[in-house]
Write a protein that binds this ligand. Structure first.
Ligand code: SF4
Length: 152
C-alpha cells in the first residue's frame, strides 16, 4: 500500500484536530451531570492566558499560550516568538509550533491515571504492590539511595 504525502498530512491533521476536540469536550463535560450542559454553562470566572512553555518533553522550544479559567487549564495553543532574543539580537527565523505531544499535556495534567503522590514498592519487582508514602519519606529514601550508590 502506498500513501501520498498529501494523504499522510491530511490524516495527521485530522488526528491532531481530533485530539484538540477531544480535549475541549473533556473539559467542557460537567462533573455532576453525564448529560453535559452547554459549554458556556460550565465556564465560570474570567479567563487568564499565560505565555509559557514546558520542559518535560523535547527541548521545550515551543511557546505556549495556556488558557486558565478558575484555576483550571482549559486550552493550550501556540504562542508566537518575539522578534528579538533576550540579548537583543534578532530572534531566529524558525517558529516552532506545538506538536501533538505538547498539546496532550492538558490531558496528562488532568488524567485520572496521573500519579500525584510518591509510592514505594513493597513487593517483588513487577508484583504491582505499592504503598503511598509522604514526600519527606520519598525524598529521604532517594537521598539515602543516592548516598549508597556513591559509597559503592
Ligand atoms: S510542543 Fe512538542 S515540539 Fe514543542 S517543545 Fe513541546 S514536545 Fe517539543
Amino acid at each position: 500500500m502506498t500513501t501520498s504525502r498529501r494523504t499522510f498530512l491530511g490524516g495527521s491533521a485530522a488526528a491532531v484536530g481530533g485530539l484538540i476536540v477531544a480535549d475541549k469536550l473533556r473539559f467542557f463535560t460537567s462533573a455532576e451531570s453525564t448529560a453535559g450542559p452547554p459549554a458556556s454553562a460550565v465556564i465560570k470566572g474570567a479567563e487568564t492566558v499565560y505565555r509559557t512553555g514546558h520542559s518535560n518533553n523535547c527541548d521545550g522550544a515551543c511557546g505556549h499560550l495556556v488558557h486558565v479559567v478558575d484555576g483550571r487549564v482549559t486550552m493550550v495553543g501556540p504562542a508566537p516568538w518575539g522578534t528579538k532574543t533576550i540579548s537583543g539580537a534578532p530572534a531566529p527565523a524558525f517558529h516552532p509550533r506545538i506538536c501533538a505531544r505538547g498539546l496532550s499535556q492538558i490531558s496528562n495534567t488532568y488524567s485520572p491515571d496521573r500519579i500525584k503522590y510518591p509510592y514505594k514498592r513493597v513487593g517483588p519487582r513487577g508484583s504491582g504492590k505499592w504503598q503511598r508514602i509522604s514526600w519527606d519519606e520519598a525524598t529521604s529514601l532517594i537521598a539515602e539511595n543516592f548516598a549508597a550508590a556513591q559509597r559503592k
